[in-house]
Ligand binder design. Structure first.
Ligand code: AHM
Ligand code: MG
Length: 359
């Protein structure tokens, strides 16, 4: 029989898209998975692509929007964070396995009724973190965490109960940075992987496999303008970093977008801090849809995250929009931080096993 050769053109068989990667991971770690989890994640990737398209046109939309709030496509102008939120709510709402969602943009959690027992997941997210940076072309991002629906939860229950879970219960977490390129980073508890959006094919393509945080970096990242109002122990620690206590004098990098500051810290090492301040005595960042995701990713990449007293992932949440101080970074910086805040605790973790069942 004659073999017909088919030209593959520019198709690169080595490309791994995020969807392929999720399926490969499922086969490896949960051979009996049904694909339901990857269906859920595809809802998140779709929503972030919709948001990225808007972020890329942010300046244009603003200009066009000045003439009465309607652009040339007769679309009503919307604030980008509201658009990002609606994109996620929509893309997750049509996935029958999503039971409850909670977002920075909505006061209350949202329960999708009438799912006849198909709802298995709880998704919490900050749809557009750092959105005050949009107008000046600075990176912004989306952050998400996925939890299982607690066993025995019924639609009669208060939806907040489904959301108030410790970070150790996360099945997956990730973020997207809309920066010089758009990158999605996620973990399902088996390492951390990064995918860059290839605009020519509209797909997230594996670009950073098995990310590990450097043991030690060269930068700390915090809003130095609040220096005088940081607790003394934080100032002592930062002075230690700045004056060479760790064997090098640390520099400062601070963007003011958590996703962007954390992404740099993940790849380059160092430490990100949002301590308690006079203005925000409980810290500014949100436990459920900012700190938990970042902490899960950091730990999976060899780092650690704390609120100054406790491992972030073990904090029992009491409110959907609860704030927390956050210190997250590479091993050396975090061990040193621990020596400052809790000299009697010698280990960073006493980590509870994470149980993951990708279905
Ligand atoms: P947002 O979720 O309302 O955008 O606020 C969170 C942002 C983070 O991205 C960033 O780390 C922090 O606020 C910056 O705060 P500050 O300007 O106080 O340094
Ligand atoms: Mg935010």
């Amino acid at each position: 029989m004659k073999t017909r050769h088919v030209a593959l053109g520019s198709h690169d068989p080595t490309i791994v898209t995020i969807q392929q990667h999720i399926l490969q991971e499922q086969r490896k770690h949960s051979p009996h998975a049904t694909g339901s989890f990857s269906w859920l994640l595809s809802g998140i990737t779709l929503a972030t692509k919709m948001t990225e398209a808007r972020v890329r046109r942010a300046g244009l939309l603003d200009v066009i929007g000045e003439a009465g709030g309607v652009n040339i496509h007769a679309e009503k102008q919307q604030k980008l964070d509201v658009y990002a939120d609606e994109a996620l709510v929509h893309c997750l709402g049509v996935r029958e396995n999503v039971a409850v969602i909670a977002s920075e943009e909505n006061e209350e959690a949202i329960m999708f009724d009438g799912r006849n027992g198909t709802g298995k997941y709880v998704v919490v997210f900050d749809p557009l973190d750092g959105s005050s940076n949009i107008d000046v072309n600075v990176s912004v991002g989306t952050i998400f965490s996925i939890f299982p629906l607690p066993p025995g939860f019924s639609t009669e229950d208060d939806e907040a109960m489904a959301v108030l879970q410790r970070g150790t219960q996360q099945l997956a977490a990730g973020y997207v940075v809309y920066g010089s390129s758009t990158i999605m980073v996620y973990t399902t508890g088996h390492g951390v992987h990064g995918f860059t959006l290839d605009p020519s094919i509209g797909a997230y393509v594996l670009s950073h496999e098995d990310i590990r945080m450097p043991e030690q970096g060269a930068y700390y990242s915090s809003n130095d303008a609040y220096w005088e109002t940081f607790p003394e122990v934080y100032r002592d620690y930062l002075t230690f970093l700045r004056t060479g206590g760790m064997g090098r004098r640390y520099g400062l990098r601070y963007i003011g977008s958590l996703v962007a500051d954390f992404h740099r810290t993940l790849l380059r090492g160092g430490v990100f801090l949002y301590p308690p301040t006079d203005k925000d005595p409980q810290g500014k960042l949100r436990l459920l849809y900012e700190a938990n995701a970042v902490a899960f990713i950091a730990e999976q990449a060899g780092g650690f995250a704390t609120d100054g007293r406790r491992r972030i992932l073990e904090i029992e949440p009491t409110g959907i929009h609860q704030r927390t101080p956050l210190v997250v970074g590479g091993r050396s910086e975090m061990e040193q931080f621990q020596r400052f805040v809790q000299p009697d605790v010698t280990r960073l973790d006493g980590q509870e096993e994470l149980s993951h069942a990708l279905t």
